[in-house]
Design a protein around this ligand. Structure first.
Ligand code: ADP
Ligand code: CDP
Length: 231
């Protein structure tokens, strides 16, 4: 090796998909931080474009109107797992994209093919630029965005466990209402025509219902290390 430098490890690409509240964000951030990889929350990108549409008074019930402006907002994602960021036209939208207003509308916007094409391009370009590799979490990463990922994980959990986790986050939120909203969003995301929420045939499925977050993180880190060793 020239100058005695250690051989550079090949970048590793990890796709983590699954419905809401299965632990994708928490797991992906921790795995990326532990392994020195970049991290991309693709749900935040769909939330950001939805926020921009709401902010600009676009009629979200009209897919043609949404498609017509899909290329307008500039969405920038920071991929450091210890401090992920998201801006739209230079505005920090990390907080406003988590409001109920955005959460209840994001499935309608993310179902529009022109929106998906635009956001998918951004995701592929960020993944290609990640020098050490990246953990990308979402709904269609293993099936559509990065079908050649080194490792694909599909997280699941019972609707009850997922609702309990979510209402724990949204202080005071009604458990039943949270469960209903979550199941409704999953149904919309799974039934859309373009790139629905789905497990890739070659994804490892991990049911997190009875696992602690630490156990899920350990399981995924082990899977990544096995793949890395085999590269
Ligand atoms: N295995 C787990 N057990 C208990 N709580 C969890 C587990 N995984 C994640 N959580 C918690 O559930 C909530 C939702 O997790 P998150 O990672 O945001 O899920 P997702 O990205 O799939 O929507 C967070 O508050 C997180 O700390
Ligand atoms: N790869 C992805 C990621 C998210 N999404 C959309 O974005 C929404 C928000 O995703 P999210 O990951 O922030 O959702 P939560 O897991 O935080 O509830 C989803 O309900 C989908 O409509 C998508 O269509 N494709």
């Amino acid at each position: 090796m020239e100058n005695g430098a250690a051989p550079t490890a090949k970048p590793v690409i990890v796709a983590i998909d699954g419905p809401s509240g299965t632990g994708k964000s928490s797991t992906s951030k921790a795995v990326a931080a532990q392994l020195g990889l970049s991290y991309l929350d693709t749900g935040a990108q769909y939330r950001a474009i939805t926020w921009w549409m709401v902010h600009n008074g676009i009629d979200l019930a009209d897919p043609t109107a949404v498609a017509a402006v899909a290329g307008k907002p500039e969405i920038v994602s920071g991929t450091d797992p210890s401090a992920p960021t998201i801006t739209v036209d230079g505005v920090d939208v990390a907080a406003p994209i988590r409001t109920q207003e955005v959460t209840s509308r994001v499935s309608a916007v993310s179902a529009v093919p022109e929106v998906r094409t635009r956001i998918t391009e951004l995701q592929r370009s960020l993944a290609a630029g990640a020098e050490r590799g990246i953990v990308v979490e979402g709904r269609d990463i293993g099936t559509t965005v990065l079908p050649d990922a080194d490792l694909k994980v599909f997280l699941t959990a019972s609707p009850e466990a997922r609702a309990a986790r979510r209402s724990g986050e949204l202080k005071g939120a009604d458990l039943h209402a949270t469960r209903e909203a979550l199941v409704k969003r999953d149904a919309a995301d799974s039934s859309r025509k373009t790139s629905p929420l789905a497990k890739a045939d070659d994804a490892v499925e991990v049911d997190t219902t009875e696992l602690t977050l630490a156990q899920v993180i350990e399981c995924v880190v082990t899977l990544v290390e096995e793949k890395r060793a085999a590269k």
